[in-house]
Write a protein that binds this ligand. Structure first.
Ligand code: DGJ
Length: 694
């Protein structure tokens, strides 16, 4: 049983980790331990007993509380802040009781009540034993007759072992330059990572890792994420008393939720883990968890797709798309996706969004002809949509100008000539469900790329039933609802989440979408960096990667393919301009990818040499049974006569013998890992080497 409980203490154990919490003598729920699993239950430390330091800092300030409400002399960053009907603006929690449920995974629920007001808080801890992960979220319930205003409700506070010499690793970026890995010391104070754009955005990802001296494959790492596709906030606090804590949850910036009598509010889940084996192991834990527990079709290999966007932009019709499809099929592509431009009046980005039916000029007989051509070529057919958006120049906007997010007294700021439909509204949700359901029911479509190309502005909702600021949460809940219904009605469809590239890449969206469009930047050397950052918390099978023409004069086609083969391979170049030898080279890579994709998409990933830190890099994928692997090595540019250093493989069975393609000797796994492999590359050259256990 992974949950051990007494009247005042709880120990949560996974395969390799232990997490302990309990009520301290003052009745506060205190963090006790998070780290390697200890041999005996009696080994876990007791809850922290507050000491008195100096007069301005009361005892509450010292206790590493699991979920502190803002109250009394507690000046640390709280998880919960509310305002009651009489204007009281703090929350004093007293413990009530706990319960444990076992199935499908063990969950510990701890119940608290405000000492004076009718507010109940339940903290939930779900244990994912085999992944060494703990999932936490909170439920607030208004037990009284007056509304209660929630101003902050985080999902969890994760407390590190006592000490302040930690470093935080997080991801930041920009459009066409996502997922930079940033590691920095946590000095006393508060570091905030957040989104205010209604999507997680390119700017930051809802992911963190904390360590003291960890490397890629060794050292203690505490890591976590938030399963949420909207505004989020991560605060990393190192207190003046050497206590380090990470809070994570819904962003409280411009947020409020009017919790009506007898209603509940449930936060999104935060999932965290601990490993002794470095950032690489932390990533692999999340990769397994996402593939096995989150994405809808986690066991199905992704098809190699062709996407027409960079070839034809908005200029699509049956003839031009069929020509591309014909060449794609000859190269071995399995899924043909028509991107933007196919729907009513969509010739540029200034019109059409919202009217999800085929353009009469481009497709006078509907999409059926093109889909039949594609299917006759042996490929599946996929389509691009951007359901949350509307152009002012669209039938939908003309009929429902009030459906967009706006403040009535302000101009509606357009971005890419578009406005955002208010997904919090049920009429908007129903409209989108019906129009996409019609599209999917009338056409043989097995793949949808769901795009979202702008951040919010003027976040108003004049006729909101509660507080207008609920829009930040209700929008995302509405999005999930729409997607959920569509998925239930069309369970075989594979969905891809795109937000101008990787602007909405998180565990929340992956419950609906099997894939993420990683970045609008398809230049291969830039992609190496983007993909490395992406892999910190998301697995390769979710990472859609196309080979395009952006860098065709600079980077060899084979290099470009090798980069894209590190994820879910796609092609996005203008195939009409590819000569015969390009097409043959592409066909060869595609055929190789078909042989190895099970290792890449479902195996363990090892970042051997970082491309974000070097002008050369290597990444290895290894099947779960360690019998076969693939090594990718890239050299972008290093001055002659230097070459890339020896590459040390990882994860192999130390005793077993392995052969490596193109290398004469057979060595033990341990030798390949310790002595390393020499790979010679010229600038802008890459290699794929297959690894086989003998
Ligand atoms: C942004 C996406 O990231 C691109 O791949 C493409 O689908 C365009 N939108 C289409 O408008």
């Amino acid at each position: 049983m992974p949950i051990h409980s007494s009247a005042t203490g709880w120990i949560l154990e996974t395969r390799n980790t232990g997490y302990a919490l309990g009520l301290n003598p003052a009745g506060l729920l205190a963090h006790r331990y998070w780290g390697a699993r200890l041999p005996y239950i009696s080994d876990y430390p007791a809850p922290f007993d507050p000491i008195k330091w100096s007069s301005p800092d009361g005892p509450h300030h010292f206790v590493p509380e699991e979920y502190p409400g803002y109250a009394n002399t507690k000046y640390i960053d709280p998880c919960l802040k509310v305002t009651y009907a009489d204007g009281t603006r703090d929350v004093v929690l007293t413990y009530e009781d706990f319960s444990i449920t076992i199935s499908p995974q063990p969950v510990l629920d701890l119940r608290f009540k405000d000492s004076h007001y009718p507010l109940q808080l339940t903290l939930h801890y779900r244990i994912h034993e085999e992944y060494d992960l703990i999932e936490r979220w909170a439920t607030l319930e208004n037990l009284g007759d007056d509304p209660i205003l929630i101003e902050r409700a985080f999902s969890a506070k994760w407390t590190l072992p006592p000490g302040d010499n930690y470093s935080l690793t997080h991801l930041y970026g920009r459009h066409i330059d996502e997922f930079h890995v940033q590691r920095e010391s946590l000095t006393p104070g508060l570091k905030v990572i957040e989104s205010r754009r209604i999507i997680p955005s390119h700017r930051a990802s809802p992911w963190f890792a904390v360590d003291r001296i960890a490397g890629e494959e060794q050292g203690e790492v505490w890591f976590g994420t938030l399963a949420w596709s909207g505004n989020f906030k991560i605060t990393a606090e190192a207190t003046e008393f050497a206590s380090t804590r990470i809070s994570i949850g819904l962003n409280d910036w411009d947020f409020a939720w009017k919790l009506m009598p007898h209603q509940i509010f449930v936060t999104p889940a935060s999932i965290s883990g601990y490993t002794k084996n470095g950032l690489g192991a932390a990533s692999r834990i999340f990769h397994d968890y996402v593939r096995n527990e989150i994405i809808p079709h986690g066991k199905t290999p992704h098809k190699i797709l062709y996407n027409s966007w960079e070839a034809t932009l908005f200029d699509v019709d049956e003839a031009s798309q069929s020509k591309l499809a014909y060449i794609a099929a000859q190269m071995g592509v399995e899924l043909f996706v028509m991107d933007d431009g196919w729907f009513h009046n969509r010739n540029l980005d200034n019109a059409g969004l919202g009217d999800w039916f085929p353009d009469k000029v481009k497709f006078p007989n509907g999409l059926g002809g093109l889909i039949t051509n594609v299917n006759d070529l042996g490929m599946d057919f996929g389509l691009w949509v951007e359901p949350e958006m509307v152009n002012p120049d669209s039938d939908l906007y003309r009929a429902h100008p009030d459906w967009v997010i706006h403040f009535p007294t302000r101009a509606r700021t357009e971005s890419r000539n578009q406005l955002i439909l208010n997904m919090a509204r049920t009429d908007v949700q129903n409209h989108i469900i019906e129009s996409l359901d019609k599209l999917l029911s009338e056409n043989n479509i097995t793949f949808i790329k769901w795009d979202m190309n702008r951040g919010v502005s003027e976040p108003g909702w004049a006729d909101a039933p509660g507080d207008q600021r609920e829009i930040w949460v209700r929008y995302v809940q509405g999005l999930y609802h729409v997607w959920d219904i569509l998925r239930q009605r069309h369970p075989k469809v594979i969905w891809q989440s795109c937000a101008s590239g990787g602007g909405r890449a998180d565990f929340g969206i992956l419950k609906f979408a099997d894939q993420i469009w990683t970045s609008d930047n398809t230049e291969a050397t830039a992609r190496l960096n983007i993909q490395e950052g992406y892999s910190q918390f998301l697995p390769a099978n979710t990472m859609e990667a196309w080979v395009t023409d952006w860098d065709k004069d600079l980077v060899p086609l084979e290099f470009r393919f090798h980069v894209s083969m590190c994820g879910s391979l796609g092609v996005g170049g203008n195939l009409l301009e590819w000569n015969q030898s390009d097409r043959e080279a592409a066909a060869k890579c595609i055929s190789l990818y078909k042989e190895i994709r099970h290792i890449i998409q479902f195996g363990d990933q090892f970042r051997l040499i970082s491309s974000q830190k070097n002008d050369y890099s290597a990444v290895q994928y290894l099947s779960k049974d360690k019998t076969e692997g693939v090594l990718f090595a890239f050299r972008t540019h290093i001055p002659e006569p230097f070459n890339i250093p020896l590459i040390h493989l990882r994860g192999l069975d130390p005793e077993a013998l392995y052969s490596i393609e193109g290398v004469e000797q057979t060595w033990s796994g341990l030798a390949w890992m310790e002595a390393g492999l020499k790979v010679v590359l010229n600038n802008l050259q890459s290699k794929i080497l297959r690894i086989k256990r003998i």
